[in-house]
Design a protein. Structure first.
Length: 188
């Protein structure tokens, strides 16, 4: 059995649940205003964005639909070369639709840069991006961000969709690991 890594006492809260909920409500209100009377399609990038998407869409008060994409990099070297693998493509065409990409975090920018170019080639009516977190200090390629929740420093952040070894996505807040968090467990 896979042993879950679960060290909540070695985490420092960086953005509280209240701060996130307030900001997500603001983003939802702004998006509702900007897309009023338009056909809106949210495209969420799995898996990190699911928690943000679930909250954000409940604050979007205009009719909209949702679709998903999944990506994976081939590894650090190829990612920095801008090569992204599509594990799951959209289910529906986006021609003439107003597409809003939903991301949890933009780091180097390579994933988003690749996705934007790919989706633009399908000729949507418009293409914008909302990201909960912007780790601007790490950017390697310039990508336009239309809606940003919070800027974060160049630190490892987890929670609210973001994982460490696939765990911690369910935390309702964003945290930064303290010393010892990544240590190997002591021998039994
Ligand atoms: C994260 C995030 C973005 C990407 C950003 O996904 O959700 O898609 O990395 O990194 P970049 O700006 O350096 O390209 P990740 O590959 O960790 O997958 P996950 O969402 O399934 O955890």
């Amino acid at each position: 059995m896979i042993q879950p890594h679960w060290r909540l006492e070695q985490l420092e809260t960086f953005i509280t649940e209240e701060q996130i909920q307030q900001r997500v409500a603001e983003l939802g209100a702004q998006i509702s205003e900007d897309y009023r009377g338009k056909d809106l399609l949210l495209v969420a990038i799995l898996k990190g964005s699911v928690v943000f998407l679930a909250d954000l869409m409940r604050h979007i008060t205009i009719p909209h639909s949702v679709d998903f994409m999944a990506t994976s990099s081939y590894g650090a070297a190829t990612r920095s070369a801008g090569i992204v693998r599509i594990l799951k493509d959209l289910d529906i065409p986006i021609l003439d639709r107003n597409v809003l990409i939903v991301e949890d975090i933009v780091d180097t920018g390579h994933t988003l840069n690749y996705l934007r170019r790919m989706l633009l080639s399908r000729e949507p009516a418009s293409l914008r991006v909302v990201t909960l977190l912007d780790k601007r200090a790490r950017r390697e390629v310039d990508v336009p961000l239309d809606y940003v929740g919070f800027e974060v420093p160049n630190a490892f952040v987890i929670g609210y969709g973001l994982d460490y070894a696939e765990f911690y996505r369910n935390l309702p807040y964003i945290a930064i690991p303290k010393e010892g968090f990544f240590d190997e467990p002591p021998e039994e």
